[in-house]
Design a protein around this ligand. Sequence first.
Ligand code: ZN
Length: 634
Amino acid sequence: MSDNIIKEILKELPKDIISFAVFEGANIVLYTKDKDFFINNQQDIKAIVDKIKKRIELRPDPSVCMKEEKAEKLIRELAPEDAELGNIIFDPRRSCVIIESEKPGQLITNRGAFLQDIRVKTSWVPSVRRTPVIRSKIIEDIRAVLYANSDDRREFLNRTGERVYNGWLRKKKEGGWIRLSYLGSGRQVGRSCILLQTDESRILLDCGIDPSGTDDAYPILDAPEFKIEDLDAVIISHAHLDHVGFLPYLFKFGFRGPVYCNEPTRDIMALSLIDFVKIQNTEHEKPLYGMDDIREMIKHTICIDYDEVHDITPDIRITFHNAGHIIGSSVVHIHIGNGLHNLVYSADIKYGKTRLLDPAVNKFTRVETLMMEATYGGKLNMLPSREEAEEEFAKMITHTIMEKKGKVLVPVLGVGRAQEIMLILDMLVREGKLDKVPVYIDGMVWDMTAIHTAYPEYLNAEVRKQIFQKDNNPFLNDMFVKVGSSKERTDIVENQGPCIILATSGMLVGGASVEYFRHLGEDAKNSVIFVSYQGEGSLGRRVQRGEKMLMVSVNGRKPEQIDVKAEIFTIDAFTGHSDRNELMNYVKRCQPTPRKILTNHGEASRCLDLAASIHRSFGIETVAPRNLDAIRLR
Ligand code: ZN
């Protein structure tokens, strides 16, 4: 029997009906010049899909598609009026057309009658995309990169598919082995980077840095088992720098394989990495990598939605599930071999409801090994309730703004906490618990917010509903004011009255938050409120600890001494991480119960403590691997 999957498929179809076939990653795409067959084939194709259990799509051959101008005109004529169409973007080499709409729901009602009409009348394959409520240059730039290189992109996707189906129908080997090597995040917060090896595949789970600025900041890629030329793919759980900060470096050194994540993660990681390079440039450090490497990374990214099963090598199949941590964050279910082993890489999880997201998923068809974070895994890492924390937050702000007539600086990671804080502020004002004051949203935070409004499907039901009704979109509340330049920052600091400022970075290591801190920190009427984890060694941690005399360097300029007089507050409960109780509950309610649990992404004592407690409470075998430890799963 041939091991070429496409040949096997063609055998099942009428002769010469398919003009050519390619892979788009794990999807198999067939093109036909026969319009009738394109419209009426569904049964034939479905039968093959059922037989081989792989994704197959039939498209019209590009030569039979209607001329673009004519097709665009027809699409606009046929669309229901209230759908409010935006751009219509053709991808002629793939016979696909993307229809942007403010109300995509209007285009898919009536069991997709409109889309079917477009297929029949234009011989294009239509898909619908929501027009972002807030326009974002970064989203447009990323899409431009993907289209500008569409030939390279097609070639890459085809190559990826060939790798996935290499050896398809090959007789399954007996046994097989599986091994994990910690190249980072072993008893350490951040620097997430774990190598998964099987006898067939080499996969990297995340590729992050430790952003708090310690010596052990980068993944240990000189570990003997890691060879960049053997790497099949990288899986990205979410877009925080401690999970993606080192990814472009792989491309700098020649990696050209696929990066798997979802759309919001792709957009956010591109934006954060560009910002990261900019910060390194202004601080006169030699950047780790350049914009070209980031562009290369975008070109090699393959996006997968939640709950979609996807083959990535001949023996590995992955599914992303909501992790509740930031938009797009994923618990990655990894199925290895044909039922050989099921590994869940949960990365950063929030097992509790937040304003933005639903709790992390912990129900799977099968799971033998679970890898979980221990950021707040220590016995004492219990957080107060969200309600209490929100009230306390409102009090701190009222105290600063009303009583002291000062300004509030909230250093935030661009994504996650910032949007959570925006939702909380919007709600506090709507409920009359807080007076309306300007909330300045600095550069990157604004772009990240735009990305949130572009992918409402990734948020929880309440926020999604609010975003869909324009008048109710919390992110469009007019108290939020966008800030773009250093000049605007100076104006806010020097001329504006009481206000709230959200700016990156979250740990006061570079970025606009340091600039604001330099200007606001010495005045007792101002306040700084920390809402995210402060890494050991970061300026944020020192301020939080109450150090008063600090050297602060803004944008790479000569460090200046500042005498901190502003009030310093910390609210831990807004974290996107699970506290100790939530982590224990995540395991307790995990279905099915894992046989083995690895704890990582936490300070040593917390990884060890969490591992010991899980073992004691649930009788599950646990390990808290160190960096460079290798664990054999099979
Ligand atoms: Zn994270």
